[in-house]
Design a binder for this molecule. Structure first.
Ligand code: AMP
Ligand code: ZN
Length: 495
């Protein structure tokens, strides 16, 4: 079997995944900034890491999956100046910042549940780790790798790099280029160099999210929370850190610098970055105005949407491409995904209800070979940097065999019980456990119930009372009652 390989942004190569302390795996993923509803692009990134989480578990690792909630410090414009995204929304809506945080954290959880993402092991918040962030800032000041300026503390990139730091390595940026790009843009102000970034910011009088610190009232810089929380829960060096590509620079670059400077070693073995969901080739983003919400997708309620799409259709659509390629949204692609998902889901229904039956006959080696190659292909796809597209193509080969068994084109005896069991368990497990795809029942059963009541009336008229009783029993099994009244027939919840 091929070992699991993942593309490491640090080496720019696919590398065999070797955990530091198998069977344990430490995984950290940058979570959302909870000032607004998550859009479909955000969901793609979290789904990609859900696949990683699921597959690591599937192949036997014990994963500690830490995904944070950013509830302070992320400023409008992603830089070191300006309003806090959450504080700004709180002012606009005349709410407490924590009400904003709670509202959008709830939404985030609801969406992830709807799209069948597994929860992380720990979901720490930035505001819950202010003490750790102040402590790390103190360490960096003590080491001479940070400086105070007007009540704010900045990381000193020049000194860090002079002492052997490698700021710019992860994202492949050359420091001199970065300097020429940024020098003219905004004045150096409080910073010694425009590249330096805030560890702690002094809060202006109107800034609402603030905490006391040795340097006066302030709040932590955006990059610091991830360094502190990953360190606290996963240690000095852990296995995998993930996030969207847009976080590579400066967020992850800064995380590496902070951690190396504070704890003396590289914090992460494998850095993984997911590619963007695009709309007409442009990154989906709130600021560009081309984003839509998962709820709009499910309701089909957006000018870009020709119809409604179910959560599993959307999940399937996302998994049809590997996480490192861009994925462009289009109605055509989603409609095709809807067809594909339904075919796959029908296979799931069929195989779950199917047991090996039939008499012994000569094993058809060609059929068995095809099935085993497809099962192997499912693993190989996942092991090749989580290429879900390849795994899905092999699942379609398994689906073909399932359908042939169902229609009798293929006899159970041609496969033998062992091969049948392998086909069944792998099809179900790869779909449900690895890809997180499940059957989706129609949300509104009212139409079905009405149809059954119609049949009830017909059978009653024809005096076919055994059929009438069967329908009554089906209703009861669903926790419902047929209400057979003088003038009409209706249904009710069984009390
Ligand atoms: P944010 O809440 O803005 O910090 O974003 C949460 C996560 O979503 C980050 O990992 C981003 O990189 C990711 N993200 C934002 N936009 C997109 C997009 N269009 N496609 C994929 N991932 C995205
Ligand atoms: Zn982060």
């Amino acid at each position: 079997m091929q070992p699991l390989k993942i593309y490491n942004t640090l080496s720019r190569e696919k590398e065999v995944f070797t955990p530091i302390n198998a069977p344990h795996v430490g995984l950290y993923v940058c979570g959302p900034t909870v000032y607004n509803f998550v859009h479909l692009g955000n969901l793609r990134t979290f789904t990609s890491f859900d696949i990683l989480h699921r597959y690591l578990k599937f192949i036997g690792y014990q994963v500690r999956y830490v995904r944070n909630i950013t509830d302070v410090g992320h400023l409008v414009g992603d830089g070191d100046e300006g309003e806090d995204k959450i504080g700004k929304m709180a002012k606009l809506e005349k709410l407490e910042p924590m009400e904003i945080v709670q509202r959008y954290t709830n939404d985030f959880h609801d969406v992830l549940t709807q799209f069948n993402l597994l929860p992380p092991s720990i979901e720490p918040t930035a505001t819950g780790h202010i003490v750790e962030q102040i402590e790390t800032t103190k360490i960096l000041l003590d080491k001479g790798l940070a400086y105070e300026s007007n009540g704010s503390i900045y990381f000193d990139i020049e000194t860090y790099n002079k002492q052997g730091g490698d700021y710019g390595h992860l994202s492949g940026r050359v420091l001199d280029d970065l300097l020429t790009e940024t020098r003219d843009l905004d004045g150096v102000g409080e910073k010694r160099s425009p590249l330096d970034f805030a560890l702690w910011k002094k809060a202006s009088p109107e800034h609402i999210m603030r905490w006391p610190s040795p340097w006066g009232d302030g709040f932590p810089g955006w990059h610091l929370e991830c360094t502190c929380m990953s360190h606290k829960y996963l240690g000095d060096t852990f296995d995998i850190h993930g996030g969207g590509m847009d976080l590579k620079f400066p967020h992850h670059e800064c995380e590496i610098a902070q951690a190396k400077a504070a704890h003396g070693r590289a914090p992460v073995r494998y850095w993984m970055h997911t590619n963007m969901l695009t709309v007409n080739g442009q990154k989906m983003s709130k600021s560009l105005g081309n984003s839509f919400l998962p709820s709009e997708l499910i309701a089909g309620d957006h000018p870009l949407l020709e119809q409604a799409y179910s959560p599993m259709t959307v999940r399937f659509f996302m998994l049809q491409s590997q996480y490192r390629s861009t994925l462009d949204f289009s109605n055509e692609a989603l409609k095709a995904a809807q067809k594909g998902y339904k075919r796959i889901a029908n296979g799931l229904r069929i195989i779950k209800g199917m047991e090996f039956e039939g008499e012994a006959m000569a094993i058809d080696e060609a059929q068995v070979g095809e099935i085993d190659a497809a099962i192997q292909g499912c693993y190989d796809g996942m092991n090749d940097d989580l290429n879900t597209a390849v795994t899905i193509s092999h699942l379609f080969t398994l689906l073909k065999k399932i359908n042939q068994l169902h229609t009798g084109q293929l006899a159970f005896g041609q496969l033998g019980k062992d091969v049948f069991d392998r086909l069944k368990s792998n099809y179900i497990n790869f779909l449900e456990q690895v890809l997180g795809l499940r059957e989706e029942f129609p949300a509104n059963q009212e139409a079905l119930i009405k149809g059954m009541l119609g049949l009830y009336a017909t059978f009653k008229e024809k005096r076919e009372y055994n059929k009438v009783d069967e329908i009554r029993a089906s209703f009861k099994a669903m926790g419902l009652l047929v209400k057979d009244m003088k003038t009409r027939i209706d249904w009710a919840y069984e009390e």
